[in-house]
Design a protein around this ligand. Structure first.
Ligand code: NAP
Length: 242
């Protein structure tokens, strides 16, 4: 029985990850924390598969919400939470467009929430067998790879997330030598998050959520080991520069 935590299961990539996990693991128990206002889309399961939805209402309450599930270790934890635009505000083209409100919102959903996921779930991961935490980040969070500028808040929030991932990997090596914590760039994927920008993307480089989920599982989550913990990988398994 694979025991898996999936955050962001209501989103475009998260829904596709859920479907890919259910297709891959004939015996699986998925725990899916979501906001109280959200509903997990229905998934067809066999009688050896279960999904448990947990309503997660405040960032630091996650530990209490997960307590009933902490009786056995998890093999995998995927976090597909994130945000790029809200209330008509999107990524900034110029310095002059930065506002505290959008910056704080972008940091909350792209850095603080995934950090809370790592904080509360890292100690729930299997120690006797390999376990992996895959946290959805973005290539634009790479400082070394930044050729275009702009997108200040989202870039900064994902760069900060990458630092959280790196530090958590260093800390967790002391407690769990079988755990890998990695960041994931899913490619450019046709979801609500990328909708306002898809017209700028060549069709062959715009993935469906299903394509991206398959790449994430095959090229990253099922391939990395503890020696790669703390690094960020793109959908094709290539390392994203820091
Ligand atoms: N799509 C792309 O091209 C692309 C490219 C690079 C990186 N990424 C990253 O991939 C991840 C998934 O993106 P996506 O395209 O699947 O986006 P999406 O369809 O907009 O899904 C976003 C997910 O994040 C959750 N979320 C957002 N704010 C939240 C909050 N305050 N509290 C709890 N949950 C919250 C949403 O939950 P609700 O349903 O409750 O709103 C939803 O499950 C993100 O980290 C994104 O930055 C995406």
């Amino acid at each position: 029985m694979a025991r898996i935590l999936l955050f962001g299961g209501t989103g475009g990539i998260g829904q596709a990850l859920m479907a890919a996990l259910v297709a891959h693991y004939p015996n699986v128990h998925v725990v899916a924390p979501i906001r109280p206002t959200a509903t997990l889309p229905p998934v067809t399961l066999s009688n050896t598969q279960t999904i448990r939805t947990i309503h997660w209402d405040s960032p630091d309450a996650l530990g209490d919400c997960l307590a009933p599930e902490a009786t056995a270790p998890f093999d995998m934890c995927l976090c597909a939470i994130g945000g790029l635009h809200q209330n008509g505000q999107g990524p900034e083209k110029k310095l002059a467009h930065i506002t505290p409100e959008y910056f704080q919102w972008a940091t909350h959903c792209n850095t603080v929430l995934p950090a809370m996921v790592i904080k509360h779930c890292a100690h729930l991961m299997a120690k006797q067998t390999p376990s992996v935490m895959g946290i959805l980040s973005a290539r634009v969070g790479s400082i070394g790879d930044n050729q275009l500028g702009g997108w200040y808040s989202y870039r900064a929030a994902k760069a900060a997330l990458n630092m959280i991932i790196k530090s958590a990997a260093i800390e967790m090596k002391r407690y769990n030598k079988n755990l890998s914590i990695v960041g994931i760039h899913p490619g450019t994927v046709a979801t609500a998050l990328s909708a306002p920008f898809q017209s700028h993307v060549k069709p062959e480089t715009l993935f469906t959520p299903q394509q991206s989920a398959t790449y994430i599982l095959n090229n990253i989550v099922h391939s990395v080991g503890p020696e790669q913990s703390g690094q960020v990988f793109a959908w094709d398994g290539q390392r994203v520069p820091e």
